[in-house]
Design a protein around this ligand. Structure first.
Ligand code: FE2
Length: 309
């Protein structure tokens, strides 16, 4: 397999402007309206910016639900969210995620989406529809930068390990609480019984290595005893909480974020509760995660700062 090396070259675009918002990840894109019918060159440059910056933002996009799904389709097959599939959906549709006094925020933990299926999504698109008067920001973490910041012996130790991912119990119970339907729990458990994924995943387009973690979805390290697994996961989760790997977005109505699910974790800060916050999300089907030790290791950039927990 060959990987794109263009993201290692100096950044240059003809149809868009790109402004970084963080040293590890995140950039604002301007000069193009993503709700328009994008030319191949515009899309190609947006995709390159996404691979390079891992999460990209467009401000104040007037985009219909249909246009959001059409934009998602430029990356591949828009996903049918597993919960919606269980409720009978046969076509991709947007998930409307509404937090209010009676529907508590449920995404305030570091994760990447839906890792409890065999082929989790590769890209997500989220638009802010109702913005609270304060709070409700979203954070992203570069799990490629976090991997690069580990020592060589630590990287060697964890390369090739697998994590078991499951929707039970945390996701199932959160969904039941949010929807009020506890009948969902056995349905979700039966339809999606869990899956093992590599702890270090090779990005299928860039070849970079990423710590493929997801709070509440990953349950244990395959092959380690409970004490070893807990200690390793505690360390790695503490490692990725370092703000130097993060960027933060304070939403305005109409903002659109697009992120690479394979190279990032994210979390929705729940400090707007009980104020209303409503976002509209869709994802694009991805491939089964893998680790390929034959792909030469290419860190994103030398990591100078030392860890400070
Ligand atoms: Fe999420």
């Amino acid at each position: 397999m060959t990987f794109s090396s263009s993201i290692d070259a100096e950044e240059s675009y003809d149809t868009i402007q790109v402004s970084r918002i963080g040293g590890s990840l995140g950039a604002v894109i301007s000069g193009v309206d993503p709700s328009d019918d994008l030319t191949d060159q515009q899309f190609s440059e947006i995709h390159e910016a996404l691979l390079r910056h891992e999460v990209i933002f467009f401000r104040n996009v007037a985009m219909s639900a249909e246009a959001q799904l059409e934009l998602a389709a430029r990356w591949g097959q828009p996903s049918i969210y597993p919960v919606q599939a269980l409720m009978g959906a046969t076509e991709p549709q947007l998930s409307v995620i509404r937090d209010d006094a009676d529907s508590l925020p449920s995404a305030d933990n570091w994760h990447t989406d839906v890792t409890w299926i065999e082929a989790p999504p590769k890209v997500a698109l989220l638009q802010a529809m109702v913005v609270p008067p304060y709070g409700g920001d979203t954070l992203w973490c570069s799990i490629t930068s976090a991997y690069d910041a580990l020592s060589a012996p630590m990287r060697a130790m964890i390369d090739g390990l697998e994590l078991h991912h499951s929707n039970y119990p945390q996701f199932c119970t959160a969904m039941a609480e949010k929807s009020g339907s506890w009948d969902l729990v056995p349905l979700l458990r039966e339809a999606y019984p869990g899956v093992n994924h590599p702890l270090v995943r090779t990005h299928p387009e860039t070849g970079r290595r990423a710590l493929y973690l997801a709070t509440n979805f990953h349950q244990c390290v395959v092959g380690l005893n409970e004490a070893e697994s807990t200690a390793l996961l505690d360390f790695l989760m503490r490692h990725i909480t370092q703000p130097r790997f993060h960027c933060r977005w304070s939403w305005a109505e109409g903002d659109l974020a697009i992120w690479d699910e394979r190279s990032t974790n994210h979390r929705g800060v729940s400090d707007h509760y009980p104020e209303v916050r409503e976002v509209r999300r869709c994802t694009v089907d991805g491939d089964r995660p893998y680790f390929d030790p034959s792909v030469p290791y290419r860190p994103k950039a030398p990591m100078v700062p030392k860890a400070a927990y």
